[in-house]
Each structure stands twice: as C-alpha cells, then as structure tokens.
Design a protein around this ligand. Sequence first.
Ligand code: CA
Length: 220
Amino acid sequence: MARHSLALDDTLHDYLLSVTLREHPSQRALREATAAWPRAGMQIGAEQGALMSLLVKLAGARRAIEVGVFTGYSALTVALALPPDGRLLACDISDHDTVIGIPHWQAAGVAHRIEFVVAPADQTLAARLAGGEAGSYDFAFIDADKTGYDRYVELCLQLLRPGGLIAIDNVLWGGAVARPAEGDADTAALQALNAKLHADERVDLAMLPIGDGVTLLRKR
Ligand code: CA
C-alpha cells in the first residue's frame, strides 16, 4: 500500500520552508503582523501561499477572485503572482481584519491590483454575474464561512472560464470531516461539499493535505 502523506513535525516543517519559501518582504511583514492578531490561525500557511502563487502563474491568471480576505496575506500573495495588468476581486463581509493588510498591499506596490469589496460575497459575485462577467475569471480562492462554501463554489464555477482553477481551503477541517458531524453545521457543510465535488462531472479535482486541506478544482 502506498504510504500516506508524511506527517510534518516542527523540524521538518521548518526545513520545508527553508528550502522553498521566497516571500516578498511585504508578505513576511504581513505574516508577522497577523501572528500577533486575534484568530491568527485563519491565515493560510506560508507554504500554502507558495502553492497558490505557483497555481496562479500556472493558470496564466489575469483575473482572480478571493472569498474571505481576513488580514490580506493570501490576497497579497495572489496579487504579487498576477501580471502587472492583473486584477483580484477580494470579497469579505468585514474590513475589521483587512485594515492591517492594506498598508502591506500598498508597500508591495500591488494595492491597485486588488479590488476589495466589503459585502456578503455571494451578493458581490452574483452582481458580477448579472453584470455579464460569466466565464471571465481564471482563478478563485475560497476561504470563508464554511456553510457558504457550496454557494461560493457554484458562483465561482459560473464566473470562471473553462480551464480555470478554484482552490478551496479547510476541506479537511482539522480531521473532523472523517467523523460523524454530530450536529456541527460547518463539518456537515464541508462533508456535503466534498462528497458533491467527488461526483461532480463539471470539474477535475484533487485534494491536498496541505494546511487544513485544500481542494483544487479545474473547470472543464
Ligand atoms: Ca482557512
């Protein structure tokens, strides 16, 4: 039987970062600022940022979507990976956490690539669809309220072009998805989404055990 993914202890995780991480100084500064912020664990890990940067470039993305911005580390990462004329539509229900990230977007010289919209993301994305933007995006990252994921995936599938890529965060939910949800709405929502996507003929998919689990979908 093939071995499972290697469990990383702190030493091996530090090694992984030491031989792969190429953070922009603003990324490092924002990661350090976020570490001192409440709920800092909501930020994606640096190695996950490196993966997203690579995916954005592989997809040749010019137009990207983010659902769930938090302090803005992932938005900064995507914006840095976009070409000079690239644009990221960054959606969050609040700017409470993002205020600490915006100065770092500016310091990195990519703030003009990020359109930050404070509103329920499903409303923002539905408005873009109504505005004729279906099929015009290349990449989406979903990392927000888990019970909203299914709706965000459906909207992003419509907004993406064929061949476009969606990355969904927290799909392993600390391991809870492999056990009965027992009334936990977030766990149940992630279980239902994971099962649905497994059978979804509209996408190619892979699930990576990086961070808290990331599903990658390629729109067919
Ligand atoms: Ca997350």
